[in-house]
Design a protein around this ligand. Structure first.
Ligand code: HEM
Length: 217
């Protein structure tokens, strides 16, 4: 088969808009949440319109973040399933750490690390949602179930820390580590060489599908 030089579409416009919406509705509650967490970060709330404004919008935008994770599940859920190919990749992770990418087994549209990132975010987002709903109306529970309030604070802070760790790794991998990844989530396209190098099974699938699609007259 002769190799096509045309760029390969990695993300549709809807996927890209959805991703950047998710990034925005994650970062806003992150910054305002840090401001509520410690006086050292309160300047963040000041920059974002003041304490009361931040307190008002923080839970609403948090709800949008939970919704964006659900939307991603609908859009990417099938591609996020952990497969046998991912287990092989995980076993060979030492090659990845040593930068010996040519010795890694081929993977599909997303690699094992990207999938784990998504599932960690979904887990942390779910924990943030339920604990956040409790913390939204503290006066309702303060007298009857004080323990629930304490548990919600613990879960909310724990889940936020997990998500922050995952988020930092995600941004670092997507911008500094994997060249071409950032352009793909902005422009939606990658070169065939990039697709082949980083997501060989996905490359094989999309190029075979393209070969089988009759040209439009
Ligand atoms: C400023 C913040 C962010 C940056 C710079 C960023 C960067 C990127 C990049 C470059 C990709 C494409 C990777 C590839 O196809 O190889 C990507 C994909 C993705 N992003 Fe983000 N992202 C950000 C925020 C978020 C947030 C808050 C979420 C929430 C869950 C998220 C979830 C995802 C998912 C699930 C994918 C697809 C799989 C993956 O690459 O992990 N991103 N992102």
């Amino acid at each position: 088969m002769t190799e096509s030089r045309a760029a390969i579409r990695r993300y549709t416009m809807a996927e890209r808009l959805g991703h950047w919406f998710a990034a925005f509705v994650y970062i806003y509650p992150l910054l305002t949440g840090l401001a509520f967490y410690s006086p050292h970060f309160f300047w963040l709330a000041v920059m974002l319109g003041g304490g009361p404004t931040s307190r008002f919008w923080h839970p609403w935008v948090g709800l949008l973040f939970a919704a964006s994770l659900l939307w991603m599940l609908g859009e990417w859920g099938a591609d996020m399933r952990i497969t046998d190919a991912d287990r092989q990749w995980e076993k060979a992770i030492n090659h990845y750490i040593r930068n010996e990418d040519d010795q890694l087994p081929p993977v599909g549209r997303f690699n094992y690390g990207q999938k784990v990132f998504y599932w960690v975010m979904l887990f942390a987002g779910t924990m943030l949602l339920f604990s956040g709903l409790v913390l939204w109306f503290p006066e309702v529970l303060a007298r009857q179930a004080h323990w629930l309030l304490l548990l919600a604070i613990f879960v909310h802070v724990g889940a936020a820390l997990i998500s922050i760790g995952a988020f930092i790794i995600h941004v670092y991998m997507g911008t500094a580590m994997v060249r071409g990844g950032f352009t793909s989530i902005v422009r939606g396209e990658v070169s065939p060489a990039w697709a082949k190098e980083h997501h060989r099974l996905w490359y094989d699938r999309v190029t075979q599908q393209a070969a089988q699609t009759p040209p439009k007259s």
